[in-house]
Ligand binder design. Structure first.
Ligand code: DHB
Length: 390
């Protein structure tokens, strides 16, 4: 070899090594955008606590890369979510965007994820169509169709023949309404009315009055996390239960974050959902204990589990790429992951990038003086029934 070529090759090799070392030292940044204040603040609090617990338990270095978590408060306003995502990608050079407390926030970021080839890990928002908004979206929470169908199958087998639906008037509520109603009608039930309440500052009173007048066997409710206690309170105050109307719901209503403060009026309420803090497994027991220990006794809810598992999916993907990262490689490495979550077995469907999981039927019961959603039946490995395309 010519001497100059040898020198050039040596320089190139040295640069390659230096490049590798630089990459190893370069931090891997996760931009966690959550509602930390405002109506959805409990979602932000739960997910941030869970993400920090994951890091405390699993270290802050993955495949030689130091992990940095950057938390931003979008106050659950989608314009703010979009602006923060833009800043995080352009200025902070984040490798992954994550969080997203409500559907409009998750959707607002989808074009940024696509254009910048940045994975968007949705840990909370649960409208079916979200994963179709960008090929860079991967979801670790759940979908409303996934959990609502289970309730529409349970109710008619348990003496409930007519149901009025009451949902928050946006993506997940419309999914819950449609998938509950279609399945319940298919099962021979009747739905005399479907009511929708606004997302911002809802007043349930006039809607509940209407339900009282119609007097169905049950009222099926979806409201986002944080609004359940208000529904329960007004349902009981208006004596709906005494009028013979049962409350059935997705687990967002008997939210573990609030359930224990709802009082004994909540006893016996049956819901369908993918996570209960009372889920009986060694993995969940460990998770709940560690979460409570790190957060002054706060009980983890389904949002916390979405955040915890989202961090796992990111860590595993980074490991699989040997610490290299890169948006496309990370998403490819997120697809098809299978693991045991505190909620039970979980699978990230490679085709849809959506979460496949068990859905449980649960009843509010008292255990050691505390209210819990006690699971009594399970539908295994439920795929989102709401996907319109592959
Ligand atoms: C969504 C938000 C919630 O708090 C919830 O419990 C379910 C869905 C959402 O906006 O997608």
């Amino acid at each position: 070899m010519h001497q100059r070529t040898v020198i050039q090759a040596a320089i190139a090799a040295a640069l390659l090594v230096a490049g590798g070392a630089a990459l190893a030292q370069e931090r891997f940044r996760i931009g966690l955008i959550l509602p930390m204040t405002g109506q959805q603040a409990t979602t932000g609090r739960q997910i941030e606590a869970a993400a920090r617990l994951w890091m405390a338990q699993n270290g802050d270095t993955v495949a030689g890369r130091k992990i940095e978590l950057i938390v931003k408060d979008d106050t659950s306003l989608p314009d703010m979510t979009r602006r923060l995502a833009q800043e995080l990608v352009v200025n902070e050079k984040v490798n992954v965007l994550a969080g997203f407390g409500i559907t409009p926030s998750a959707l607002a970021v989808a074009p940024i994820a696509t254009q910048s080839k940045t994975p968007e890990v949705v840990m909370a928002a649960a409208t079916s169509s979200i994963t179709e908004a960008s090929p860079y979206i991967v979801r670790t929470s759940f979908t409303l169709p996934q959990v609502s169908v289970a309730m529409a199958d349970w109710a008619p087998k348990n003496g409930i023949k007519s149901v009025v639906t009451l949902v928050t008037d946006y993506g997940p509520g419309l999914d819950a309404e449609k998938f509950f109603k279609d399945r319940f009608l298919f099962n021979g039930g009747k739905v005399p009315d479907s009511l929708r309440v606004p997302l911002r500052n809802p007043d349930f009173a006039p809607f509940l009055q209407k339900v009282r007048d119609i007097k169905p066997d049950a009222l099926f409710v979806f409201v986002p996390s944080g609004a359940g206690a208000a529904v329960m309170k007004q349902f009981l105050e208006r004596g709906m239960d005494k009028a013979g109307i049962r409350l059935i719901a997705t687990g967002d209503v008997t939210d573990d974050d609030q359930l224990n403060d709802m009082g004994d009026g909540a006893l016996g309420v049956v819901t369908s959902h993918h996570y209960s803090a009372d889920h009986q497994s060694a993995a969940n027991k460990k998770f709940v204990e560690a979460f409570q220990k790190a957060n002054k006794g706060l009980r983890p809810n389904f949002m916390a589990v979405g955040g915890y598992d989202g961090m796992r999916v990111i860590y595993e993907a980074l490991k699989k790429t040997g610490g290299k990262g890169g948006g496309e490689a990370l998403v490819a490495a997120m697809k098809g992951q299978v693991f045991e979550s505190p909620r039970g077995p979980v699978f990230i469907d490679a085709q849809t990038r959506d979460v496949v999981q068990n859905v449980y039927l649960r009843k509010v019961e008292k255990k050691n003086g505390q209210l819990f959603n006690v699971e009594f039946d399970v539908i295994k490995d439920v795929k989102d029934p709401g996907k319109t395309k592959k």
